[in-house]
Design a binder for this molecule. Structure first.
Ligand SMILES: [Zn+2]
Length: 490
């Protein structure tokens, strides 16, 4: 899948600007998130991926990194996490046990499923865990530099963010014996030993070795330090970071004035909203997980959905009634067979898991091309069926009634309707095409002096337990003939 999607214009223009300021490469494109809850921010990763692809298209070598902030302290308990996790507040996410016991840590519990989705999307990305980077010494030099320039970093933070800064502020957060990264006070730097002396909340003194991951840089400083430590040339940001006095403002100045490192290229993206729910937010539990979305659409459709036409604009994701139209547009652009997604939804629900039966329905409906590629068809039916089960508005959900349910449903029909169904059952022939069935259903109603709405209503009642449904001819033609005949004999 990857690479088939053309590089969008905005990504190409961004790559051009990155190349102007940072040269021909190799480039390091980075994106990252704190795995403190369900990870949903696919937009940031996809913006980064598009720019990485645009840089590659220009002939540059690109390292594409997902920086998982696993060493970050726990600040907020995610929805669904037991209350006793309060005691881990301030501890590194990588050092907290998995609340459900299925992964190595709290961080991995949220990170691993996201990583699996990135792999399923065939993304050419390296996932780095920040606690390992600290433990392996990747941050040692920038931490030393930060500690040496404590006064200057403090001044920049104060000037840019307008916050009052404590006299004894340190860019470094050592980990106390309790496990907490917060509330500890650095009292002395030991540059020759890669360490700091600190006093914890209880007044106990300790030493932390910053070349071994025994603490981390505060996150505003870490942002700029990370650019230098990893050689970053491009990073996208959501608008919360780029507001005045925000984290990119402080990082830009720290990068230039303290780390003497050129500020990476940037792209500011807008939020994703979910129709009827609001902006996506893991702390509010308003999330769509990539793994759930990959159940209803292929990776490139997901890319299109999350990027929209221009990621600098907000998008509202509609997985309910608006989704079939989105899929039709995506499929048309991708040059896929022109079967309307809603038709696939009807076919998928009618044929169950039987791809051969579905192919029969599609070719009788005039969609030979889709019917002739069983592998692709099986996948499309899988997406359509999952959507029908998990997201479709009620009127689009179909299930052919079993014999007993059908008999119960038929109890509400009058004699005229029963007679109509009986006549139709007698006229059905094997391998009739959708349009011929449609004609026969209609003509029979007219000949009997029965209003079509009443006639078709009877048909939907005994087949689906509803008063209406998908276009009757192709629908009936797609069902096994014996089942239709039996349901119609009431
Ligand atoms: Zn787990």
């Amino acid at each position: 899948m990857r690479g088939e999607m053309a590089v969008p214009g905005w990504a190409r223009r961004t790559a051009e600007r990155v190349a102007e300021t940072h040269g021909g490469g190799p480039h390091v494109v980075v994106t990252g998130i704190s795995p403190s809850g369900n990870i949903h921010n696919l937009r940031e990763v996809l913006v980064a991926e598009a720019v990485a692809n645009a840089l590659k298209e220009r002939g540059s070598e690109v390292r594409f990194v997902f920086h998982a902030d696993t060493i970050d302290p726990l600040r907020k308990i995610a929805p669904g996490i037991p209350k006793e996790y309060e005691r881990y507040m301030g501890h590194s996410l990588s050092h907290i046990p998995d609340p459900e016991g299925c992964h190595a840590s709290y961080a991995d519990h949220f990170l691993v499923p996201f990583e699996e989705s990135l792999r399923e999307m065939e993304m050419d990305i390296e996932v780095l865990r920040s606690h390992e980077l600290y433990e392996n010494g990747v941050y040692t030099e920038v931490t030393r530099e930060s500690l040496e320039n404590t006064a200057e970093l403090r001044r920049i933070l104060k000037e840019v963010s307008g916050r009052e800064m404590a006299e004894d502020w340190s860019p470094y957060q050592p980990r106390a014996a309790s496990g907490s990264l917060t509330g500890n006070r650095v009292v002395e730097n030991l540059p020759d030993e890669n360490g700091v002396v600190f006093v914890d909340r209880e007044g106990n003194e300790g030493v932390a070795d910053y070349s071994k991951g025994e603490g981390k840089l505060g996150w505003r400083v870490e942002l700029a330090a990370r650019w230098k430590a990893l050689g970053v040339t491009f990073e996208p940001f959501g608008k919360d970071h780029t507001s005045r006095g925000g984290s990119t403002d402080t990082a830009d100045r720290m990068s230039r004035e303290v780390f003497h490192y050129p500020v990476p290229g940037r792209y500011e993206y807008e939020w994703n909203y979910i129709k009827g729910q609001g902006a996506m937010s893991s702390s509010k539990g308003i999330v769509l997980l990539p793994k759930d979305l990959l159940r209803i659409m292929p990776p490139d459709a997901l890319r299109r959905m999350f990027l929209g036409r221009d990621p600098a604009r907000a998008i509202e994701l509609d997985l309910g009634g608006g989704f079939p139209r989105f899929m039709d547009e995506y499929r048309a652009e991708a040059g896929e067979p022109p079967v309307p997604f809603l038709h696939l939804v009807t076919v998928a629900q009618t044929a169950g898991g039987n791809t051969e039966a579905a192919a029969g329905m599609l070719s009788r409906g005039g969609y030979e091309e889709e019917a002739n590629d069983p592998e692709k068809l099986a996948l499309d039916l899988h997406y359509a069926r999952n959507w029908a089960e998990e997201w479709a508005p009620e009127p689009l959900r179909l299930r052919v009634l079993d014999e007993e349910e059908s008999t119960d449903a038929a109890a509400g029909l009058d004699d005229e309707q029963r007679a109509y169904l009986a006549e139709v059952a007698g006229k059905l022939e094997p391998d009739m095409e959708g349009e011929s069935v449609q004609d026969m259903l209609y003509t029979t109603a007219v000949e009997r002096g029965l209003k079509p709405k009443k006639a078709f209503g009877a048909l939907y009642t005994v087949l689906l337990g509803k008063k209406s449904g998908p276009k009757a001819g192709p629908f009936v033609a797609g069902l096994p003939e014996d089942i239709v005949r039996e349901r119609l004999s009431v």
